[in-house]
Design a protein around this ligand. Sequence first.
Ligand code: FAD
Length: 279
Amino acid sequence: MSHTASLSFEVFPPKKEEEFKNIFDFLREAAKLHPDFISCTYGAGGSRAGKTIEIASFIQKELGIDAIAHLTCVGFTKAELEKNCEALKAAGVNHVLALRGDRPQHMTDEQFNNREFFYATDLVRHLKAHTSLQISGACYPEKHFEAPNLEEDLTHLKEKVDAGVTSLVTQMFFDNACFYRFIELVRAKGIPVPIYAGIMPITTAKQLGTTVSLSGSSVPKELADLIATYGENKEDMRKAGIDYAVRQILDLREHGVDGIHIYSMNKLKTTTEICGLIS
Ligand code: FAD
């Protein structure tokens, strides 16, 4: 079956300076897979903001691929945000994923309670009023962990989109049925923008204990069983994880999803193999 789903990747700025060069090698190779866009995450405290902008600029200017720079607001003043927006402009990056972010450890209760931007929607409104940036946002098929229920989360998602978000990227999920239910509810709520399905290939057992548990995404029995069976064997686990992600993607495409967003974790071999198997 033919499909029109877009393909995109997410990368992150490596923490160690000596690993920083590798990200540009990854991006040069990933460009050959012809993604529609590549997004780059932003450290929660914002201490490495410059790195996100540097990477996004490379994607946009050197590779000629649409770049989305993630931008959080929870720890920022308006003046600091303005500085970041100036830097984005100077770097030729004109698209951001506007996020609230999680509370940085260094923030005191007083700072947190008096923060200038409470929610991503506040950031979106500010960017709309003061910049010409294109703005995307995040959404959560299994609801955001702070939201009392999905209905309330969706009400706030609608506010965020109405404030000026033109596309949404989902939190990772491993059960497509959750995603399909979510899309039905989102559309019923009158949210019309494209929604890119976030797919995280699970290639090591360790990932479940770290990334996945932090995301709050549920782990279907099939995936849990697969890790129980192959988790001890590095190469078998990688293959089984890739196979799971590929099956998820093919099913999503058959269901006419707007786009597939692969959380690449800067892993070239895994990303390339997945793209080869879904092309
Ligand atoms: P919001 O949209 O502000 O929502 C947060 C919570 O507030 C939700 O429960 C929502 O229902 C609630 N809410 C919203 N408005 C209101 C209101 N008016 N009244 C009451 N409640 C309200 N984090 C990083 O630090 N760096 C990154 O690069 C990064 N990239 C991400 C990319 C994606 C695709 C996703 C899904 C998440 C990413 N995150 C990143 C994590 C994100 O910062 C956290 O999940 C954060 O807790 C929420 O951010 P948000 O922008 O979704 O928040």
